[in-house]
Design a protein around this ligand. Structure first.
Ligand code: NAI
Ligand code: MG
Length: 490
């Protein structure tokens, strides 16, 4: 077993089956699917392909554990202690987990080591601290009554996870659910099931009771839909595409499930002429190209004040030239491959749209190499608001630069989208920064920084970028129901 300090470049794939009620089971159908390493497109492993029958078993296990109450009625502080232990065991395997993430997702090992897995551990520790701090209140009602509220776990949670941050998105959903005393059935993305399965084994080793965490790998329209439709599931927490969220919302209406959604974005990143241009250029580069552009909050609409436009574009082109693409296991690599052929094709199609719609491609614009799903960091200038590359979520390394001169017009343009996940502003003028932060319709605003995440800071979307919040106290509240108790004192 690897320790935290030992570098791992060929992780062991140990878990490939469904994890249900603490047991590792083949899928009921016996079917499996392949998961690939996107840098070489080679098969890593055959993974159990869960479907409705497997989801039924997993929901039964989660229901039994929840209704039996071992987890939800455990002393809250002990639940927290088990979570701390879970985090400690994850930390012992941080290198192995990072390497497994890089193998399955293709992201640079440097990112998996510095960001994904440490953030998983931090998120679990943050919520472990909440487990015994979930409180109600006393309510001053009229009459001779004593009234109080208490917060109780929502129940069995169905969690549907995307492939861009496979371990971290599972942690964002597991940690508050565990703290609240919920039990769960998790479906990792079909592209990236491996770290979630490994984390489930580690949770079991930490002593989290069987049936609390269940994992059913498989596809969305089969295993995913079965979770959404199951009457034994009380809530769905989903991260992924807006179109999928709409399918889920409709299907969940039949059983009136609670829903939280983290969806896409077309986030405006605004650079004023008075900004620190070195920091702004570095921030704009990172805001879009980080994680191969596969971030829900990617700063994909870069609004630059006309006075500094050309200078900034020059700097961005230079940065793209220096960006190191290649083997994601090389610790120097900054950009790996896209996740799969569909995403690769979608991104190249949007590059064509950019050219067709009259934008200028000043950097990249094509695949990199001839093996693996790599796309060069791509930069379009002369982008106008109605172009497809300025409107749609591309989810790849394609940055659109839009020029502005008037602040009022800028705010209106920044808000002219159905999305509202994130925004950023670069300026040395404090008043300007706060004014923009209050006027932009987005769930997160970064000032002179980008992609600064913390388990304590709520994250989620305005408008069609989502529903509810993850992380922080708000993220915890979404895994609880409020109960009002009124006692006659007469
Ligand atoms: P997707 O929304 O189809 O997949 C996300 C998860 O939902 C996966 O686990 C998938 O199996 C599941 N799923 C798919 N259909 C389902 C259904 N009918 N019922 C229940 N679960 C279902 O996203 P996909 O196809 O992987 O990517 C398409 C686009 O979505 C991307 O190009 C990007 O624009 C966006 N996206 C956004 C993400 C975000 O972080 N907000 C993450 C992943 C994708
Ligand atoms: Mg899909």
């Amino acid at each position: 077993m690897a320790t935290a300090t030992e570098k791992v470049t060929s992780p062991q794939v140990r878990q490939t089956e469904c994890f249900i009620g603490g047991k590792w089971l083949s899928s009921a159908s016996g079917k499996t699917f392949e998961t690939l390493h996107p840098a070489t497109e080679e098969v890593i492993a055959e993974v159990a392909e869960g479907d409705r029958a497997d989801v039924d078993l997993a929901v039964d296990a989660a229901r039994e554990q929840f209704d039996g109450g071992e987890w939800s009625r455990m002393d809250a502080r002990d639940r927290g202690l088990l979570m701390y232990r879970f985090a400690d065991l994850l930390e012992e395997e941080v290198e192995e987990l990072a390497a497994l993430e890089t193998l399955d997702n293709g992201k640079p090992i440097a990112d998996a080591r510095a960001a994904d897995i440490p953030l998983v551990i931090d998120c679990i520790r943050y919520y472990a601290g909440w487990a015994d701090k979930i409180q109600g209140s006393t309510v001053p009602v009229r009459g001779d009554y004593f009234c109080y509220t208490q917060r109780e776990p929502v129940g069995v949670i169905g969690q549907i996870i995307p492939w861009n941050f496979p371990a971290l998105m599972a942690a964002w959903k597991w940690a508050p659910a565990l703290a609240a005393g919920c039990t769960m059935v998790t479906k990792p993305a079909e592209q990236t099931p491996l770290t979630c399965l490994r984390m489930a084994r580690i949770a079991q080793k930490a002593g989290i009771p069987d049936g609390v965490i269940n994992v059913v790998p498989g596809y969305g329209p089969t295993a995913g839909a079965a979770i959404v439709e199951h009457p034994g599931v009380d809530k769905i927490a989903f991260t992924g595409e807006l179109a999928t969220a709409k399918i889920i919302q409709r299907a969940a209406a039949d059983t009136m499930k609670r829903l939280t959604f983290e969806l896409g974005g077309k986030s405006p990143n605004v650079i004023f002429a008075d900004a620190d241009l070195d920091a702004a250029a570095e921030g704009a580069h990172f805001a879009l190209y980080f994680n191969q552009g596969q971030c829900c909050c990617a700063g994909s609409r870069l609004f630059v004040e006309d006075k500094v436009h050309d200078e900034l574009v020059d700097r961005l082109i230079e940065k793209n030239k220096d960006r190191r693409l290649g083997d994601p296991f090389d610790p120097e690599t900054e950009q790996g491959p896209q996740i799969d052929q569909d995403q690769f094709d979608k991104i190249l199609k949007y590059i064509e749209y950019g050219n067709e719609d009259g934008a200028s491609c000043v950097s990249g614009g094509e695949r990199y190499g001839d093996r693996g799903l790599f796309i060069k960091p791509t930069l379009f200038t002369g982008v106008t608001d109605e172009m497809r590359i300025a409107r749609d979520e591309i989810f790849g390394p394609v940055l659109s630069v839009l020029k502005f001169s008037e602040v009022d017009e800028l705010v209106q343009r920044a808000n002219n989208t159905n999305f509202g996940l994130a925004a950023a502003v670069w300026t040395r003028d404090v008043a300007k920064a706060h004014r923009f932060a209050s006027q932009v319709r987005a769930g997160t605003v970064w000032v002179n920084c980008y992609d600064v995440f913390d388990a304590a800071a709520p994250f989620g979307g305005f408008k069609q970028s989502g529903m509810g919040r993850e992380l922080g106290e708000a993220g915890l509240a979404a895994y609880t129901e409020s109960k009002t108790v009124t006692v006659s004192l007469g």
